[in-house]
Ligand binder design. Sequence first.
Ligand code: F6R
Length: 234
Amino acid sequence: MKIIQVQNAVEGGQQAFELLKQAFLAGKKTYGLATGGTPETLYQVMIQSDLDFSDCISINLDEYVGLSGENEQSYRYYMNQHLFDHKPFKETYVPNGLASDLTAECARYDAIIQANPIDFQILGIGENGHIGFNEPGTPFDQTTHVVALTPSTIAANQRYFTSKEEVPTHALSMGIASIMQSKEIVLLAFGEKKAQAIQAMLEGEVTESLPASILQKHPNVTVIVDQKAASLLN
Ligand code: F6R
């Protein structure tokens, strides 16, 4: 894995954009996208850029179960606000958290990923090493699935909701197998809360207890970290 150290999230977003721009200029059309605090600076740079994504496809990692796209806490809403309303894509995919048959929704999402192999995948990382909503213990061969969120993930996400009770307990997530099929992956991590996960991901063993550790096996991963997230690296 290639590691790029940056001063802060703003510089990290710019660095990620440079990599994304190279993929774009090489004709790559399918982008795997993440939500959360981490990719916000990247999306700002994308919005300000003159790149035109109207011929491109985006496939998001995950969505909460039970929230509609109009709900301000949903990941569909986040993506519209942070990117798509400003930078239109030809097609944008986010799992449907309101699907009445969640198993069928997972199969539908896998078919979308199969039909549109991801050229360039953006990832954040959870404090427990999750990628997407693939929590510790998720099998590495997992495709899109329904996830029971761990107490630590619910606690971390609580900041976006008025109370802990409002945080959904389940989500739909692209699986690790699908993430690993992406041709290029850029993982971003900022802040000291991510330092332990980054250290384990880069220097620990490859284990399902630390989902992001599987990225050691991928041939084209760049990790962009600020000094705090890199602070435990040897
Ligand atoms: C979001 C996602 C998650 C986040 C991770 C970090 O779509 O898949 O894995 O990337 O929880 O979240 P932030 O960036 O808010 O620290």
